[in-house]
Design a protein around this ligand. Structure first.
Ligand code: THU
Length: 144
């Protein structure tokens, strides 16, 4: 599945994110998040946030979706949708942006639930300019 119209792609991803959101394990924050992504083969993968009594171990829905995709054999992430339930677009946290930068192209679409204003589309490079990437590790001039 790889919809031609970018708006169709956004609707597909956000619908899948809403469909999975109820499975979040969020007993501490009560904030349920759903995420869905398309891989390089057009396959859909989903994730929800998974909290833990040791709070810092919590994983965001976006990273769960990414790790699910990789475990299912995906190599690249083409587009991602994420929804919360604040009635506002839910921007991915910085840690998730960094994980996406490893596995998605800079022009990867990030679709956010738009609340009453409708869905928003951003690109990964707009959400995380100048991302730290593997190339930095190979360049001796970048070492301290
Ligand atoms: N959360 C996500 O799943 N994705 C985000 O982009 C931001 C935050 C989760 C983590 C935690 O379970 C809850 O939302 C409150 O921070």
């Amino acid at each position: 599945m790889r919809p031609e119209d970018p708006a169709d792609e956004g609707r597909t991803l956000l619908q899948a994110a809403y469909a999975i959101q109820a499975r979040a394990h969020a007993p501490y924050s009560g904030f349920r998040v759903g995420a869905a992504l398309l891989d390089e083969q057009g396959r859909l993968h989903v994730g929800v946030n998974v909290e833990n009594a040791s709070y810092g171990l919590t994983l965001c829905a976006e990273r769960v979706a990414v790790f699910n995709a990789i475990a299912a054999g995906a190599r690249r992430i083409r587009a991602l949708g994420v929804v919360g339930h604040s009635g506002r677009p839910l921007p991915p946290c910085g840690a998730c942006r960094q994980v996406l930068a490893e596995l998605a192209d800079p022009d990867c679409s990030i679709w956010l639930d738009g609340g009453t204003a409708g869905p928003q589309r951003h690109t990964l490079s707009a959400l995380l300019p100048l991302a730290f990437q593997a190339a930095e590790l190979m360049d001796p001039s970048s070492l301290p």
